[in-house]
Design a protein around this ligand. Sequence first.
Ligand code: IMP
Length: 216
Amino acid sequence: MPERSDARMDAKTQRLVLATKNPGKVLELKEILRHLPIEVVACSDYPGIPDVVEDGETFEENAIKKAQAVARATGEIALADDSGLEVDALGGRPGVHSARFREGVYSSGSERDKANYEKLLSLLEGVEEAKRTARFRCVVALSDPSGRTRLAEGVCEGRIAFAPLGSGGFGYDPVFIPSGHSKTFAALPQDVKNAMSHRALALKAAIPHIKEVFRL
Ligand code: IMP
């Protein structure tokens, strides 16, 4: 485990631990933070960090729980995100339950993703285009080892397609058409998604907090 005694050190040695084991998210988050003079590491660089059960009722609760657990376990400042899809015609579902919308045992993440968006499409059968509005929401939590936590949020508005399209991305990307576009996230270039995604917007909103915590 990288050593560090004080949460506030000089800029070159300051370290931010990302509280996610998802390699795709780590790359996306590192890319957005690359201009900051801090070392950004993934929590997988710290062996023995316990998995956090995401059982909160809100994105905020889950993000705070993950960031505080990783900050406590590593003695570093930690950043966690929690996100999901809110569909207006379903009263905001699947929301915080997006990852496990369709219960079941799946042999891969992509099989689970497909089961989830197929359930969504079937629940929206017969719902006209104007009523298929939805948004991805992401909450980012930044915690120090004492538990002090700051929050930021990002939202990406759009609508749910009538059928899946595209092979990029993950999760609900094949059925989510961001506002201002006619194709789904899965059919748009990755850099288009990265520039407007809920995660990118939440992280950008968190940058002033990161600068404050690290005194940059
Ligand atoms: P997480 O907890 O932030 O990893 O996200 C929970 C679930 O929300 C994921 O398993 C996906 O089903 C969905 N989700 C979050 N972000 C995205 C995205 O950018 N594209 C598609 N689905 C997403």
